[in-house]
Design a binder for this molecule. Sequence first.
Ligand code: 5AD
Ligand code: FES
Length: 350
Amino acid sequence: MDWPKQLIDKLEETSRLTEEEWVLLIENRSPETAKYLFEKARRWQQKYYGKRIYTRGLIEFTNYCRNDCYYCGIRRSNGNAKRYRLTKEQILECCQAGYGLGFRTFVFQGGEDGWFTQERLEEIVHAIRSGYPDCAITLSLGERPKESYRRLFEAGANRYLLRHETADEAHYGSLHPPELSAAHRKQCLWDLKEIGYQTGTGFMVGSPGQKASHLAKDMIFIRELEPHMVGIGPFVPHHDTPFAGEKGGTAELTVFLIGLLRVMMPKLLLPATTALGTIDAQGREKGVLAGANVVMPNLSPTCVRKKYELYDNKICTGDEAAECRGCLDRRMESIGYELVIDRGDYGGAP
Ligand code: 5AD
Ligand code: FES
């Protein structure tokens, strides 16, 4: 047997590779290695989750952001972004519509927007918690003090998504302004885990300057953190950012990394992301066939969809939530999987 397959076997058996081994495996990947990897990945995916694909309804409730990440379309320096905030009533309407469509997890994602104070956020979480006791509440609000995370958890939130973006300090520095650091980002993730959130991290694939050694560090950091979820998607340039002219990531490398994540940590919740579906018409299907088991369609009102544009050509910005639900039902069915009505907790517990 050739050595890339042996490395994949080692990963499966020991759940770890050295940085050098990660680099070798990533740099020397081939269609044949990918096929071998994806077969293993699907075996683990199906052992824990069957052919059941979880859904989360994504509610993008504000595109105001105090941060200025170089890759992101809603960075504060982008004067062309049309800013919006959803009201509490609009947010609750999204949940109501989503519940009717079979969503049992709501993901609240927004820029780091100071208008949503701790009190306002807690009030929203409380309202959803009491209105939807059988649903999971996931927050994706960026970096906050540990005490803020704790109080939101106490108000009823269960999960938190915060991608580490890149585990390498210098690479992090090349994607973000100086006031942001990889170390602080990682500390937030440790805090979230300690508080008891089901925690999700992740990174962009093919971000400017990214090398195999950076991806190796991402994999090693993820193994150490032991998150419940890992969201990865290709970097897609946005025309109003400093990275407008940079090359985007590929679907091929993204799905290869999804396969590696599944084999490294077989119970992970792994989304086939919207960014993957944006750069490849079959991206989400390919993601699932490489080991992903979650999709996160948008529940935001159609009138604001286009404004939450982190990257160019984002799909589904003109579609109603019900259309996306139906579309994903059909897409999953076409590859022999099914979208389920379920909170979709870690490990596939009933
Ligand atoms: N391309 C792809 N993903 C992006 N994100 C932000 N901007 C882009 C982009 N241009 C991702 C980041 C962030 C998540 C919400 O969206 O990884 O954590
Ligand atoms: Fe939105 Fe296909 S998932 S239209």
